[in-house]
Write a protein that binds this ligand. Structure first.
Ligand code: ADP
Ligand code: MG
Length: 695
């Protein structure tokens, strides 16, 4: 499939626009503007009131004013660099135009004494005299039409002025074609939205501040277009993933019963609900594509294992992939006792498996002897074949975006897919990032946890913290000490961690302190972890490699250095490493003072709550959605108009609209379906377009 020709003018080089040369084009790339298309989607962010006034008396300075004047005497600067003044007179009042460093001959030409001009700029009082310093506009009265009464103000970048931007935008707008409607007609009517092309003209030509509000019909429509294109992409991904199965996976519950009977606890209501949702989904002939979202410690492992058992009960196999070696091993250790209860064969496969060992495992997978496999991405290598893979669980921790899920979907395996994430995210982001999936949420923690006591401590009190740690160790407690990832380079961070390691070892005792960081060879890393898990070392100095999943119940102290440099979600994750045992736990957030107001507010949220969902909402409110997730890796497009934080309802609407459109017209062949294809092209959703052709 190729781009519809009606869009060609919008997708030409931006230099094809009149008035845009190579230099300007280069400058525009700093605003991610490469084509006329990008210009039309770059809307003015504010506007200036340039209504004509009879006299400056009608406004109260400081304020913008636009009046016709008769030019009076010029009063050149008395000293170099001093103000050059020009007296002017409107219908009722005399005032001055003031210029610095302006050339006299230019000023004389612009403002000849005795002639009339239209002046627009900011009126101020200086020593009681009304003046406009460097007016924005000086026009012949006959040119007055050149400035609109409400002048749009565009975002700018180095080397791109308002004038140039306005001109380029209006040239780009002339290339906007009429396109058939892709939005549900009933919705368009209900919301009172203009047609696409009209919406663009209106959004670039606001008549008042009200037209700049995100809720103004033209802007809302354009935002919806972006969200709709994104949700259509997700809906296509969802459809392509779901297509690849055709066979229900239904267990008799026997293995699950055994495991539940052997557990020392009862599943929480949320765990029961999630297990039920997953089993029901797997029983359907469509392929499952589901996200299990649960805060650290909410008990995702049990839910995952129950789902794997459904696959085994049905006579098939299950696989669980973790992002790192350490986590894969921890899954193995956590699942082993449960697997033993069920009498199920569980194995691990990582990049470290080589030679004969690996060959044996692969053979056992192929015959179905291994029923459950955990591992790293090595489990998805080409030569890994299952006898009957029914369920793939991806413990993603934000490293697995829409693009990867699409790839997994395109593999055409008949396995159900469950993605687990320990990062609670606000609803709007969940819709944007995982809109292709169905959602199960663990919003309830297992009972009997003592809350983690969280405190902010200045780094200047380092020695007190170390002394406190010494006492805690004497009482048999264990602690994590997290060094920040502040520098771009891992080597620098590693050095910081090594230095802290030496410092703490000297202060607390040689054999009591361990070290892990991303640069260590896997063997050393695992050995250090193992010593900490076994309780041989009491303090584990680490970079954020311990962020995800690691479970050491006896560790009840978490010290985080330069906490202000971490994201809230990350701090919450780190803190989740403690508070897992019966012991009361402490989290010390050390900062390099003095903290700015925002930084302090962020850290204080952690002190106030342990609810990951609330922390996520606050984090987004402070930082903005774009900042909260690495856009590139999440597969989220950069929305130019839509506002993820404030337009959640619009996003939800777009999701149901997109899913419905695809349900009615899976290959997008109807008139509206074809219009929707054009939308996808317009929004550069190339991946989605490829998915249509697969269908
Ligand atoms: P997550 O992976 O969601 O962070 P885990 O699955 O590792 O959480 O569970 C954390 C701890 O809680 C584990 O030690 C686990 O055995 C325990 N746990 C899980 N579910 C329950 C429950 N319903 N009641 C009590 N403890 C539970
Ligand atoms: Mg876990």
């Amino acid at each position: 499939m190729t781009r519809p020709s009606v869009l060609f003018p919008l997708f030409a080089e931006v230099e094809t626009l009149p008035g845009v040369g190579p230099k300007m084009a280069a400058n525009l790339t700093h605003m991610e503007i490469a084509r006329p298309r990008d210009l039309v989607f770059t809307l003015p962010h504010s506007g200036i009131d340039r209504r004509r006034r009879g006299s400056i008396r009608e406004v109260t300075p400081p304020d913008m004013v636009t009046v016709e004047v008769e030019v009076g005497l010029h009063i050149p600067a008395r000293r170099k660099g001093g103000p050059y003044r020009v007296n002017v007179q409107d219908a009722e009042e005399t005032f001055q135009l003031v210029f610095f460093h302006a050339r006299e001959d230019w000023l004389k030409k612009q403002l000849p004494t005795g002639q009339r001009r239209l002046i627009s700029g900011k009126l101020e009082l200086f020593d009681g005299i009304a003046q406009i310093v460097h007016p924005d506009h000086i026009l012949l009265v006959s040119e007055a039409e050149d400035i609109p009464e409400f002048e749009p103000v565009y975002p700018l970048t180095q080397g791109v002025t308002q004038k140039v931007m306005a001109k380029a935008s209006s040239a780009a707008l002339e290339r906007v074609p009429n396109l058939p409607e892709w939005i549900d007609p009933a919705l368009v009517v209900r919301e009172g939205w203009p047609k696409w092309s009209e919406a663009l003209l209106a959004a670039h030509g606001p008549k008042s501040a009200a037209d700049l509000a995100p809720s103004a019909p033209a802007r809302a429509r354009l935002a919806y277009d972006e969200l709709m294109a994104h949700q259509l992409t997700l809906a296509l991904a969802r459809a392509s993933i779901r297509r690849g199965k055709g066979r229900p996976t239904q267990g008799d519950g026997a293995l699950r019963k055994k495991v539940l009977a052997a557990l020392p606890y009862k599943p929480t209501g949320a765990q029961d609900r999630a297990i039920g949702e997953i089993a029901e989904d797997m029983a359907k002939p469509l392929r499952m594509s589901r996200l299990l979202q649960g805060d650290v410690g909410s008990g995702k492992t049990l839910v995952a294992f129950m789902a794997l058992l459904v696959a085994v009960e049905a006579g098939g196999q299950g696989v669980m992939m973790a992002p790192t070696e350490i986590l894969a091993r921890q899954h193995l250790d956590g699942l082993k006792p449960l697997a033993a209860e069920a009498g199920v064969r569980l194995e691990i496969l990582t990049g470290r498996d080589k030679g004969k060992d690996r060959a044996e495992k692969l053979a056992a997978l192929k015959t179905g002897d291994i029923q459950i496999l955990v591992g790293t991405h090595a489990v998805f290598q080409k030569d890994v074949e299952f006898q009957d893979l029914r369920l793939a669980i991806i413990d993603e921790q934000h490293r697995f975006g829409v693009a990867q899920r699409m790839e997994l979907g395109a593999k055409g395996q008949a396995a159900d897919v469950l993605v687990m994430t320990a990062t609670p995210i606000p609803r709007s982001l969940a819709l944007a990032q995982y809109g292709d999936m169905d959602l199960s949420i663990l919003d309830e923690k297992p009972p009997g946890r003592t809350p983690v006591k969280t405190a902010l401590v200045s780094a200047s009190r380092m020695e007190e913290v170390v002394a406190h740690l010494r006492e805690a160790i004497a009482e048999g407690r264990q602690a994590y000490w997290v060094c920040p990832l502040v520098e771009e380079s891992e080597t620098v961070d590693m050095t910081a961690a090594e230095e802290r390691f030496r410092h703490l070892r000297a202060a607390l005792g040689e054999g009591l302190v361990g070290l892990v960081h991303g640069q260590l060879p896997v063997g050393q890393k695992d050995a250090a972890m193992a010593r900490f898990v076994a309780g041989d070392t009491k303090v584990l100095v680490a970079t954020t490699v311990i962020e995800v999943g690691v479970n050491v119940p006896n560790a009840s102290i978490m010290v985080i250095e330069q906490a202000e440099s971490f994201g809230l979600a990350q701090l919450h994750q780190l803190r989740g490493r403690v508070g897992r045992g019966a012991e009361a736990s402490t989290c010390l957030l050390m900062y390099r003072g003095p903290l700015g107001e925002t930084a302090r507010r962020r850290l204080e949220i952690l002190r106030e709550t342990e609810d990951g969902f609330r922390i996520a909402e606050e984090d987004m409110a402070i930082r903005g959605a774009g900042d909260m997730i690495g856009t590139a890796q999440s597969g989220l497009p950069r929305f130019r108009i839509a506002d993820l934080e404030r337009q959640t309802a619009l996003m939800a609407l777009a999701q149901s609209d997109a899913r419905k459109l695809l349900a009615d017209d899976p290959t997008l062949e109807t008139e509206r379906g074809r219009a929707a294809r054009t939308l996808l092209w317009l929004m550069e959703q190339d991946k989605a377009i490829r998915l249509i052709s697969i269908g």
